[in-house]
Design a binder for this molecule. Sequence first.
Ligand code: PAF
Length: 299
Amino acid sequence: MLLQIIDSINGIRQVLKTFKKSNFQIGFVPTMGALHDGHLSLIREARKENDVVAVSIFVNPLQFGENEDFHHYPRPFENDRLLLSKEKVDILFYPGKEEIYPETFSTSISIKKLENKLCGKSRPGHFSGVATIVLKLFNIVKPDVVYFGQKDFQQTVIIKKMVSDLNVDTKIKVLPIVRDKDGLALSSRNAYLNNDERKEALCLFKALTKAKIMIDSGVTISGEIVNEMKCTIKEYKLARVDYISIVDKNTLEDVEYAKSGDVIALAVKIRNTRLIDNLIIPSLLFILYTITLLLKDSI
Ligand code: PAF
């Protein structure tokens, strides 16, 4: 099927209605465009698992603060369209701002507690904006399965909570972070980095690697791990830490001792570009398995 580009809510509802009548399973990947391999990994999984794949591109003004990059956010529509065609996506929902937020729009979703932690501290209102657009998109598309990337870890926790609290009849799948060869997590905002900044951006991955090494060697005190991560980042001249936290994967509360399943999350500004990354601490079994594999290879 050729990619259909639809810009109206009625239009996409009409098209999806016929698929739903035939009991087709609908997979959905909401995005803000500027697609990279991270998005493509979600789209490919959706393609494998569903009869119909819908992707949305909408740069959501509600999730940007006043001094943030809404106006500069990359919008390479033609490139995105080609990528989606190549991945055999069926439907691209590409609405304008008026279609989504008419002048009279006045509702917002708030996920108490969770929205003010981690990134929420320096981006007030961001997660309320995310939850509001995501719920709107869920109500428009009514997907069976929706795909998100683990890079936006807090976003995935908040969306899962909203889906559970509001009984949204959709399955949420979270797929692993996709990284460049050197470890930098893919993000549409990486496009802002010049050569020097791109080199410095590696500090997030370096700090997470440092944390992993410490945990593998038996360190569990969160404060110690976070301090070492801060030291790693201090070596990078253009980097300024926003936060580094080790948190419970559901409540996002700081944990005193890091254990498997907890999440190490950080946000760092490289000059004007704010980047995030995270690591879910693997289970001991997984660590032992990796060590066994490594030993096997070295024999
Ligand atoms: O992760 C994103 O790209 C956005 O936050 C989302 C989920 C598409 C909502 O605008």
